[in-house]
Design a protein around this ligand. Sequence first.
Ligand code: 5AD
Ligand code: SF4
Length: 478
Amino acid sequence: MYHHGNKVIDEHRQGEALMLTHEGKKKLYIESYGCQMNFSDSEIVASILSKEGYATTKNPEEADLVLLNTCSIREKAEQTVRNRLSHFHAIKKQNPDVKIGILGCMAERIKEKLLEEEKLVDIVVGPDAYRDLPNLIKEAEDGRKAVNVLLSKEETYGDVNPVRLGGNGVTAFISIMRGCDNMCTFCVVPFTRGRERSRNPQSIIDEAKMLQDAGYKEITLLGQNVDSYLWYGGGLKKDFAKASEIAKASAVRFAQLLRSVAEAVPGMRIRFSTSNPQDMTEDVLHTIAAYDNICKYIHLPVQSGSSRILKAMNRGHNREQYIELVDKIRKIIPDCGLSHDMITGFPGETEEDHQDTLSLMEYVKYDFGYMFKYSERPGTYAARHFKDDVPDEVKTRRLTEIIDLQQKHSLYRNQQHIGKIEEVLIEGISKRSNEHWFGRNTQNTVVVFPKENAKPGDLVKVKILECTSATLLGQIVH
Ligand code: 5AD
Ligand code: SF4
């Protein structure tokens, strides 16, 4: 995968352990894999368990409870977790009392069978059952295997105040909706995270204000499908038609939520992820354009440039509609950064379909992208109805071609910033040098520059002087 920016799946954070500093009687070690939503969920889990007297530790050897928050999006993601699990054998040998739990999408997909497949595991908990963790842990402590993989119609963890100790103190996630109703034929998410439901907007605004008070400077509103946000008093999106007239009339959609958050915390930068082309509305674009503190960046997965493949993927948009949306974005938000997700080697993908993908990329010239080989997921429509018939070497070759093209476009886009003075929020020390800060401009491109007297959390003006395909290099201007 080519990685950059506000990643869907941040390779650098895979397996990151979350740290809570306050003291507790018992010690929790929690690792996260997968998307931002999972990292955000781990903060909710740590919060729920802190009320049970758990403090987190970075050292699994001293833990009473080891939790892995897992991802099922591709087979490789699951394999990573299984490999990682084998490392905990030694720990369990040393301390037979330690309990090991699998959370998240793998737990939901494989359910109690995980207990048979991975003898080490004591607890299996799906994404909607984290409030049940205290009970499940007690069951496990009593020597029983504990499983809860119930999906919920209401659960949004809206009232849980996540602990924020894995991050940089500058940027934070706020989860605004859960689940996905789109049913793309390749995707396991509707099965692992259930149906779409949205969180109470007031609790989102309250959380944003709390983060502002705590000194945070940027929030990312998170959901599998943020443009589909719909609050009408709670409940599944699909049940909206059954709601009362009053509930319908006072419903809050994504554009309105964005406006409310932008106005509630005017000093904060606001980002959001992920958008789906078929659910994005024009009023969202006008809202982004209208507020200085909403970042001009949209992660807009497309998955393929071929209308034939998009149809087989059940994407709800074709190539022309996607291009129309991109044109509209460019018109309403002229400087908008755009990124994509792309899959190569979906069942039946021909060389011509692949050329359509390359030509779509050529048209849009994305700032960055996340590209993957198709991985068949058990239970999905594609797995049940289509043959995974593109040979692996063909998938790999096509993937290399789109990655190379993306690299070219990233360089092209980055070159357009040279000579400009841009606002950059400093997030921390650059990986390449201790003397440099790194931050992001509004388009979410990483900018690296000499520290001077600035500090993390500062919004500084940087003159862009040079670039690579991944990074802009510049200097603070006063
Ligand atoms: N195989 C490969 N990539 C997938 N994605 C989702 N499901 C699969 C799959 N079965 C990719 C999509 C999605 C991103 C999060 O992961 O591009 O947008
Ligand atoms: Fe992985 Fe998708 Fe689950 Fe996130 S929602 S953890 S990307 S399977």
